[in-house]
Design a protein around this ligand. Structure first.
Ligand code: ATP
Ligand code: MG
Length: 576
């Protein structure tokens, strides 16, 4: 039969299409970065609704971050118009919150319970445990160990939360798991409601999240799990790639689809990434190849700086040059290696780093050079006294004048950030964060504040803002940028180690490096400093073993000189 015109599966290659057309029963899509997993997921859901008679309200799609959920919702709206509205598209924590809202009575919560933000949570834990350090230990026990109420401190901490009608992130998954495990009819109710479940980034679920998914999706269910074991990077906080690897045992009738064509990056980047992951790959015979490429892609630029400040100013200069239309590569190699006549803007560029502290040097270089940027971090916002007061007070008196106070405080907060603090830090402003949330939650302030707390983990960057994005490697999951700078490619940062401490999980660090490399579409720069200061201590830093192991044929040295040497338009070079 001839394909239908304008099918929702147009724009998918045959393997992606096979995955999208799979109708009944469990499906595992296991594929490397940039192979269109997320794209396939989007078209698959649209296809189910538009062409297979699945009702939108029967669809549950789970993403790793709120930004990914927003993007998925937006794309489905573009494909399905208003039918997309009835779908449940959320993170696992968002899903937990939804179930708790509906089942608040069974959970012993008020209808307007609030999700506590991390700083208040730590304060409460410190109060219960007697000191901040003991409070942190209490929370670590609570978050990682199976529910133990013989633990008196944990019990008291939970009682404090409940008194104030608060839940924390751990509750958001754990309490629904408890409710659904205890009541088979309740679990069946949710299984009937969501007959088609998709989970992106399945390689990073943890044990409780896995338990929740198992309760929601029976072994024969229409569950689509999507992921890449080689991108499992959250083991440090309890995620376990083992759940992905045993999917076909949990769901024995599952069909497995592999995708090997990488549509994101040029062949240099793909080859370097494959090389980098090879020693630790969890996917036997990992296959990944670049498609749709013209000409000779530029090599990966490697820069060695004296210290982190020199490194940051290299990044700033390089961005300057790239936006000026001159490629570092074309200067250094004396030949034109442009992939098309590109016009880059700030939003095409991201800077990735292993630890948040590394962003400081970059931010100060950007401020000096006037490069606009946005950084994925709202901890500062949530630590604001205003927000903490709001979060703490609201559950006790949630009506009348207090609501008014809350409203005006939020308004003032937004204005203050929008007017003044933007210039000071140039971070994404509170207004930019709060306004869309406020719009979405409307008038329900408890929900609004919960959304604010939920947003803390996985803050949204505004994909439309013309700014360079600053991200930790962990936060960069699933994203892509034409130009990527990965700074701090040093032993001690990649793989990460606290100064003077044993090395951590080297395989996970390598996967993190792999995730970093594979965010880049067209140009990738890896930099390191010979001397670095961390936590106030300066030390000589050696190159990351991951960097050193890259095939020299794929890389080339780029120096700060060439980054700063301003040439007008390199017309002569283009002629060469
Ligand atoms: P990651 O593992 O990093 O999450 P992914 O497998 O989810 O990657 P996507 O983000 O879905 O990959 O796709 C990567 C890029 O390739 C996107 O820009 C997407 O639009 C593009 N792409 C995917 N499939 C195709 C295709 N069949 N034709 C053209 N472009 C495609
Ligand atoms: Mg993806």
């Amino acid at each position: 039969p001839r394909p239908r015109p304008h099918s929702l599966l147009d724009g998918l290659d045959p393997d992606q299409r096979a995955a999208a057309e799979h109708t009944a029963g469990p499906l595992l899509i296991v594929a490397g970065p940039g192979t269109g997993k997320t794209r396939t997921l989007t078209h698959r859901i649209a296809h189910l609704v538009a062409e297979r008679g699945v009702l939108p309200e029967e669809c549950l799609a789970i993403t790793f971050t709120r930004r990914a959920a927003d993007e998925l919702r937006e794309r489905l709206r573009a494909l399905l118009a208003e039918r997309a509205a009835a779908m449940t598209i959320t993170t696992l924590h968002g899903l937990g919150a939804l179930i708790l809202r509906e089942q608040h009575e069974r959970a012993g919560l008020g209808a307007r319970f609030t999700v506590v933000d991390e700083s208040l949570r730590q304060e409460l834990a410190a109060e219960v445990a007697g000191s901040s350090a003991d409070g942190r230990r209490l929370l670590a026990r609570r978050d990682t160990e199976p529910h133990d109420t013989t633990d008196d401190e944990i019990a008291r901490f939970e009682a404090r939360l409940r008194e104030a009608d608060l839940v924390d992130f751990t509750d958001l998954i754990r309490v629904p798991v408890r409710l659904l495990s205890a009541d088979g009819e309740l679990a069946a109710h949710y299984r009937r409601r969501w007959t088609h479940i998709s989970v992106d980034e399945y390689q990073d679920v943890d044990e409780t999240q896995y338990a929740l998914l198992r309760l929601l999706a029976a072994p024969e269910a229409n569950l689509t799990a999507i992921g890449d074991p080689d991108q499992a990077i959250y083991g440090f906080r309890g995620a376990d790639v083992g759940f992905f690897l045993r999917f076909t045992e949990d769901y024995p009738t599952a069909r497995t689809v592999q995708l090997v064509r990488n549509y994101r990056s040029n062949s240099t980047i793909v080859n370097a990434a494959v090389q980098a992951i090879a020693p630790a790959s969890l996917v036997p015979g990992r296959a990944l190849r670049a498609v749709g490429e013209f000409g000779d892609p530029p090599r990966i630029g490697v820069h060695v700086a004296a210290d982190e400040h020199a490194e940051a100013s290299f990044v700033a200069r390089a961005i300057d040059r790239l936006l000026g239309g001159t490629s570092l590569h074309s200067l250094d190699s004396g030949r034109v290696t442009e992939d098309g006549d590109e016009s880059l803007s700030f939003s095409d560029i991201c800077v990735l780093y292993r630890t948040d502290a590394q962003s400081e040097a970059v931010i100060s270089a950007f401020n000096t050079s006037g490069i606009p940027f946005q950084k994925r971090s709202h901890d500062r916002l949530l630590a604001r006294p205003e927000v903490r007061i709001l979060t703490a007070e609201l559950p006790h008196h949630p009506e009348g004048p207090v609501v008014e106070r809350v409203r005006s405080a939020v308004g003032a907060l937004c204005r203050r950030y929008a007017d003044n603090e933007r210039r000071v830090t140039d971070l994404m402003t509170a207004g930019e964060l709060v306004t869309p949330l406020a719009e979405r939650c409307g008038t329900d302030l408890a929900e609004f504040l919960s959304a604010l707390s939920l947003g803390a983990e996985v803050d949204a960057l505004d994909p439309r803002a013309d700014r360079v994005s600053l991200l930790t490697l962990h936060a960069a999951k699933g994203l892509e940028y034409p130009v990527v700078f990965l700074v701090g490619c040093e032993d001690g940062l990649l793989p990460f180690r606290f100064p003077g401490e044993e090395r951590g999980d080297e395989a996970e660090e390598r996967r993190l490096f792999f995730v970093g490399l594979t965010r880049a579409q067209r140009r990738l720069y890896l930099s390191r400093a010979r001397r670095r200061t961390r936590r106030g201590t300066a030390y000589d830093a050696a190159a990351s073993p991951f960097l050193a192991a890259l095939d020299p044929a794929l890389t080339m040295r780029v120096d700060a000189e060439s980054a700063s040497r301003r040439r007008p338009k390199d017309r002569q070079l283009r002629l060469l």
